[in-house]
Structures are given as structure tokens and as C-alpha cells.
Design a protein around this ligand. Structure first.
Ligand code: NAP
Length: 57
């Protein structure tokens, strides 16, 4: 995968998400998209749909 690929990691403040971020960063992925639950509540369907533009990578 392209090291510049934009990657959203859910739960990056938590145990699992923070470990995933560390692994991705150590592997050279630098375009990580990180949001707290206050910034993006994954239970909010409308908010999630707005966060991920359709048809864009
Ligand atoms: N830890 C394990 O060993 C383990 C094993 C199997 C499965 N899991 C599952 O993996 C997931 C993560 O586990 P974890 O141990 O990393 O949990 P955690 O340390 O409690 O972290 C939870 C993360 O989820 C985010 N989050 C919670 N509610 C959210 C919402 N409504 N919208 C967006 N983000 C939200 C939190 O963000 P904020 O801090 O911004 O609120 C936080 O970053 C859980 O579903 C857990 O059941 C964990």
C-alpha cells in the first residue's frame, strides 16, 4: 500500500487504536486521519456519511 495513503484509524486514543497508529507510523504511513469520539461519533450515521466523501479514496 502507498505510504502516503490516507488511513482513518478509529479509536486512536484507546488501547487497540493507539497500537495500530504506532505500527502504521513505524512502517512509514504518515497520512493518518485521527478523530476523537467528540470530533466524530461513529454512532452518528449522518456525521459519518459526511466525514467520508463518496467516491473519493
Ligand atoms: N483491548 C482488547 O484486548 C480487545 C480485544 C478484543 C476486542 N476489543 C475491542 O476493540 C475495540 C477497542 O478496544 P480498546 O481496548 O482499544 O478500547 P479503549 O481503550 O476503551 O478505546 C476505545 C476507543 O474508541 C473510541 N470510541 C469510543 N466510542 C466512540 C464513538 N462513539 N465514536 C468514535 N470513537 C469512539 C474512543 O475514543 P475517545 O477516547 O475519543 O472517546 C477510544 O479511542 C472495542 O470495541 C473492544 O471491545 C478489544
Amino acid at each position: 500500500m502507498d505510504k502516503a495513503a490516507r488511513i482513518y484509524v478509529a479509536g486512536h486514543t484507546g488501547l487497540v487504536g493507539s497500537a495500530i497508529v504506532r505500527k502504521l507510523e513505524s512502517d512509514g504511513y504518515h497520512n493518518l486521519l485521527l478523530r476523537t469520539s467528540n470530533e466524530l461519533d461513529l454512532r452518528d450515521q449522518r456525521g459519518v456519511a459526511g466525514f467520508f466523501p463518496r467516491g473519493k479514496a
